[in-house]
Design a protein around this ligand. Structure first.
Ligand SMILES: O=C(O)c1cc(=O)[nH]c(=O)n1[C@@H]1O[C@H](COP(=O)(O)O)[C@@H](O)[C@H]1O
Length: 284
């Protein structure tokens, strides 16, 4: 079985590090001349998939923009995910799920179980209830060759205080919450056995000064780092590899509005151009 980490490595090799977000905001639906309903988000998602296929390796549908239309929105999301996977794209469902372990099993089944209507290649998870509470998703991912990304240091300014809060270590020192989450995911990847790129990753915003988070260098396989915040949220590619430091080898440049905004007829050209710029970031 090829695990998510290996598929990611192949996608990086072929296309580079750009991940195109599929975020059908109302403003973008308007700009693209699409209705603000489930038909609109479905058409939007399918057009992004068509433009992204063969140009990038990974897409990240933002579940929220589909979920707001209820069952019709979820049906649209099912179509978009299935079309993307058929087109050979890796799909990270940005659902940011998290709950007590017994409930987490349900979320895991929804997003990671082969054959599930919403089956993706990876899903974003929220570790606020403890990394251990996410075990059912992490275990299912390991069994089925899927991936997960745990929020560690998010791109929004409201997260900083909480994510830089310090936890006491057994040796009398302390670690930030973000560093703790990264270390836990790194340890899980190491426990998963030898591989070049791990299947378990973290989310670290590209907008941040990472120094105060004290995030340790991964000691296991390359740690996938989903990095949103480029483009619309202001982070630039200039200096990105330096900002991420020891985390740069796992960098995934996630961008939604930055590539989606503008003339929809030029979307493929925008993706091509951005993918090329991202290929110039020296991640290793
Ligand atoms: O998990 C995410 O992808 C995520 C984490 C984070 O810290 N910040 C963040 O912006 N995101 C998501 O990344 C996307 C960013 O979109 P743009 O700002 O339009 O590129 C949105 O779907 C956000 O929900």
């Amino acid at each position: 079985m090829t695990g998510f980490g290996s598929s990611l490595a192949t996608a990086w090799e072929r296309f580079g590090r750009l991940c195109v977000g599929i975020d059908p905001h109302d403003a973008l639906l308007d700009e693209w001349g699409l209705p603000r309903n489930a038909v609109g988000v479905s058409e939007f998602g399918l057009r992004v998939v068509e433009a992204a296929a063969g140009r990038v390796g990974v897409v990240k549908p933002q579940v929220a923009f589909f979920e707001r239309f209820g069952s019709a929105g979820f049906a649209a999301l099912e179509q978009v995910i299935a079309a993307a996977r058929r087109a050979g794209l890796l799909v990270i469902a940005d659902a940011k799920r998290g709950d007590v372990g017994s409930t987490m099993a349900g979320y895991a089944q929804a997003w990671l179980e082969p054959g599930s209507p919403l089956e993706a290649d990876a899903v974003t998870l929220n570790p606020y209830q403890g990394v251990g509470s996410l075990a059912p998703a992490i275990e299912l991912a390991s069994r089925t060759g899927k991936g997960v990304f745990l929020l560690a240091a998010t791109s929004n300014p409201e997260g900083v205080r909480q994510q830089q809060a310090r936890l006491d270590d057994a040796d009398g020192g302390s670690t930030t919450v973000a560093a703790h989450i990264v270390a836990e995911v790194d340890a899980l990847n190491r426990a998963g056995g030898p591989t070049d790129v791990g299947s378990l990753g973290v989310v670290i915003g590209a907008t941040l000064d990472l120094q105060p988070f004290g995030i340790p260098a991964p000691g296991g396989p390359v740690l996938p780092v989903l990095a949103p915040g480029f483009g619309a949220q202001g982070a630039t590619l200039d200096g990105a590899a330096e900002r991420f430091g020891a985390l740069a080898p796992g960098l995934i440049v996630a961008e939604s509005r930055g590539v989606l905004g503008g003339d929809p007829a030029l979307l493929s050209a925008r993706i091509d151009a951005r993918a090329e710029e991202v290929r110039h970031v020296r991640v290793r």
